[in-house]
Design a protein around this ligand. Structure first.
Ligand code: HEM
Length: 512
């Protein structure tokens, strides 16, 4: 439908209940058919009949409401230009601190042209998938096979696991080859998907896989890898990591699930239960379980296929069930010995080997979660008026923003520094030198997020407490940030590990 132009006087003549027009940012909307369906009731719209409702509208709605209801737009005001930018897929933020500094016109020693190309290419892809991801989050449903396969078709599932031989001979968005893909590309990918603001669905889509497939990539037999890796990276099959139990969370050595060898030595028989397993839920949600078990002389890792002897039950958590968080019961599950990951009784190595990467992935997402919320706070503080002033005109609000930005940016600089080390250290050197800093950085990530969430709630007031509307991202963060503070190593354990690691290189002769 072609849009007409009107004068403000013309709009003013449509001010009755049955013929009701309003102006929002120089666009004209005919509300006559919508007024009785308006979620905010008829009265507020009637009050604005025939008038410019821009300021009131943006005090009460997010701009996506206008996009969703664009069918009511009938024209624009002659000789006027829209003042408010409606975000389009692929757009970069111009709000201060809305993007990492290298994307806001600042110089960076870390990023090369291919990193800029990569972010520019994946931003619209990730934006296009955002609505679907939010749908899984809101409806607490399983991320669909089609969705997973779309990610797989861009090679973005494999890229989530980082640089490695699994990226050989493939090309990623932006023309980035698997060979040149490094941890800064990976950092960008985690940040971009964190922009969905779907804490539960994000774990359902990536989390379970990112922490479990490395056990197969690095410790599976060639036959196991050849079968499972392509299935998982194309999005056709799903895998999760089954370690924690009702008896043992961070204390991996205390797990009680057993794997006993059959007399002919060809199988293990697995019995036990697992709890808090991300992505383990739903019939056919996880097809494979990379599982910690007690074998004769220690702990081992086994890849277990879904079968009738594996039962998965949903655990309701404070984030969306689309994460697939589950309780798993293994009852006399027969597993071929070929499914052993690494050596028997040496499962600790397998589990420990991925901890650094897992923690770093979590850190990168936390950084973007804070950034999104800070951007929301800047926007809200600029548009929300109370006692005749914008919130941003109150020093107390500016102070809160200052603290949030300072905490995020100093933290983000640490993340980039650690990422640089990862790019320039081999696996052994990373294991020796980075376990401590990564643990401390993870600890700091959620202390920072705790503070950002707290300040954002105070800035948004009641709107921070509702799942829809202006403060929905703030509500999501304050409800879910504890997942990052507990999963992958609780804050206290991270802090302690960081200091213990530091003491390993404490010089014997150092004295005050
Ligand atoms: C194109 C025009 C409009 C559309 C499509 C629209 C749509 C909506 C929607 C979808 C909501 C629910 C928001 C949510 O939960 O996120 C809502 C709430 C509301 N709307 Fe509108 N609206 C429009 C214009 C207006 C105008 C002009 C006013 C009056 C100034 C108004 C006042 C309200 C109020 C008071 C609420 C409740 C807000 C709350 O719960 O905090 N709306 N509107």
């Amino acid at each position: 439908m072609s849009l007409k132009t009107f004068t403000r006087e013309e709009v003013g003549r449509h001010a009755s209940e049955n013929d009701l027009w309003i102006i929002i940012d120089s666009s004209v909307y005919d509300m006559s058919r919508f007024i009785n369906f308006h979620p905010g009731g008829a009265a507020p719209i009637l009050e604005m009949a025939g008038k410019d409702a821009t300021e009131d509208f943006y005090g009460l709605h997010r701009q996506e409401v206008l996009v969703k209801y664009s069918k009511y737009k009938i024209g624009t005001i002659a000789n006027e230009k829209a003042q408010i930018t409606i975000r389009q897929n692929g757009d970069f933020s111009k709000v201060p601190y809305g993007e990492p500094s290298a994307w806001m016109g600042f110089k960076s020693p870390y990023y090369k042209e291919s990193h800029y190309k990569f972010r520019a290419a994946i931003r619209p892809i990730i934006d296009e998938l955002a609505e679907e991801a939010r749908h899984f989050e809101d409806t607490e449903t399983k991320p669909t096979d089609e969705f997973m396969q779309k990610l797989g078709s861009y090679n973005l599932l494999a890229a989530n696991v980082g640089p490695g031989p699994w990226l050989r001979n493939i090309t990623l968005p932006g023309g980035v080859t698997g060979e040149e893909f490094d941890y800064f590309h990976e950092l960008i990918l985690h940040e971009e998907t964190a922009r969905w603001g779907t804490r539960g669905a994000g774990d359902g889509i990536f989390g379970g896989m990112v922490i479990s497939i490395p056990t197969v990539l690095n410790f599976g037999s060639p036959a196991l890898k050849a079968k499972i890796v392509p299935e998982v990276f194309s999005g056709k099959k799903r895998i999760c990591l089954a370690i924690t139990e009702p008896y043992a969370g961070s204390d991996v050595a205390s797990i009680r699930t057993t794997a006993k060898k059959t007399a002919d030595g060809k199988h293990y028989i697995v019995n036990g239960v697992k709890k808090w397993i991300t992505g383990g839920m739903y019939c056919q949600y996880a097809d494979y379980f990379s599982t910690a078990v007690q074998t004769e002389n220690g702990m081992s890792m086994l890849l277990i296929d879904r079968s009738d002897d594996v039962e998965t039950k949903a655990i309701k958590t404070s984030y969306s069930s689309s994460a697939g968080t589950s309780y798993i019961i293994f009852e006399n599950v027969k597993v071929p010995v070929e499914n052993l990951l690494g050596k028997e009784d040496r499962g600790f190595m397998v589990v420990l080997s991925n901890f650094n990467h897992e923690r770093w992935v979590m850190i990168t997402s936390v950084s973007m979660a804070a950034r999104i919320v800070i951007e929301e706070c800047f926007k809200w503080a600029n548009q929300r008026k109370v006692f005749g002033k914008r919130l941003i005109d109150q020093p107390v609000i500016r102070n809160k923003l200052a603290v949030m930005v300072a905490e995020l940016e100093s933290f983000h600089n640490w993340v980039e520094n650690i990422t640089y080390q990862m790019c320039h250290m081999g696996y052994k050197e990373q294991s020796e030198k980075l376990a401590g800093p990564l643990a401390l950085c993870k600890y700091q990530s959620t202390r920072m997020l705790h503070n950002v969430s707290d300040s954002a709630c105070q800035i948004f007031g009641g709107r921070a407490l509702t799942k829809t509307g202006m403060g929905k991202h703030i509500e999501m963060l304050q409800r879910t940030y504890k997942f990052s503070a507990i999963l992958g190593g609780a804050e206290e354990i991270m802090a302690d590990l960081g200091v213990r690691q530091a003491m390993k290189s404490f010089p014997a002769g150092a004295r005050l």
